[in-house]
Design a protein around this ligand. Structure first.
Ligand SMILES: Nc1ncnc2c1ncn2[C@@H]1O[C@H](COP(=O)(O)OP(=O)(O)OP(=O)(O)O)[C@@H](O)[C@H]1O
Ligand SMILES: [Mg+2]
Length: 127
């Protein structure tokens, strides 16, 4: 695992416990997608308005026909008892609640989930 953290990122107002669920779900998915010896990168950065967190793995990648469905509740490509298909649905709901965004780009051997969260406090949705 490679950590590339921008130590100058400002503090933001957020529900830390909920965001921890997001990082956990993304990291678990990355681990599931990689063979032994896979490489996982966690990167933080910022631009003028947002703080950005990226989770990158060098695993199988997400097939195009699957990509449009990965955020759907209960969508999973994992076996019965292995995945509930709720990890990314939960992640999306938490990020939306924080008025942030979550994007994914994927090809075989490289998948990156990118989360941006606004630096300036906006009303947190009650959803
Ligand atoms: N990093 C990744 N690489 C390859 N496929 C991924 C990755 N992240 C998600 N996926 C795909 O998206 C699907 C949905 O992910 P999600 O986290 O919502 O559910 P899950 O991992 O299958 O089950 P759960 O997280 O509930 O245990 C996965 O089954 C997998 O097919
Ligand atoms: Mg998952």
């Amino acid at each position: 695992m490679e950590r590339n953290f921008d130590r100058t990122i400002p503090k933001i107002c957020a529900f830390g416990v909920e965001l921890n669920q997001v990082w956990t779900n993304l990291i678990m998915n990355a681990v599931d997608a990689m063979k032994e010896g896979g490489e996982l990168e966690l990167r933080t950065s910022q631009d003028a308005l947002d703080v950005v967190v990226e989770v990158r793995d060098n695993g199988s990648g997400i097939p195009t026909e699957v990509l449009s469905r990965i955020f759907d509740p209960f969508f999973t490509t994992k076996g019965v008892g292995e995945g509930t298909g709720l990890g990314l649905d939960t992640a999306m709901r938490v990020i939306k609640k924080h008025r942030g965004e979550i994007d994914v780009r994927s090809e075989p051997g490289e998948t990156v989930f990118r989360i941006s969260l606004p630096k300036v406090k906006k009303a947190v949705s009650s959803l």
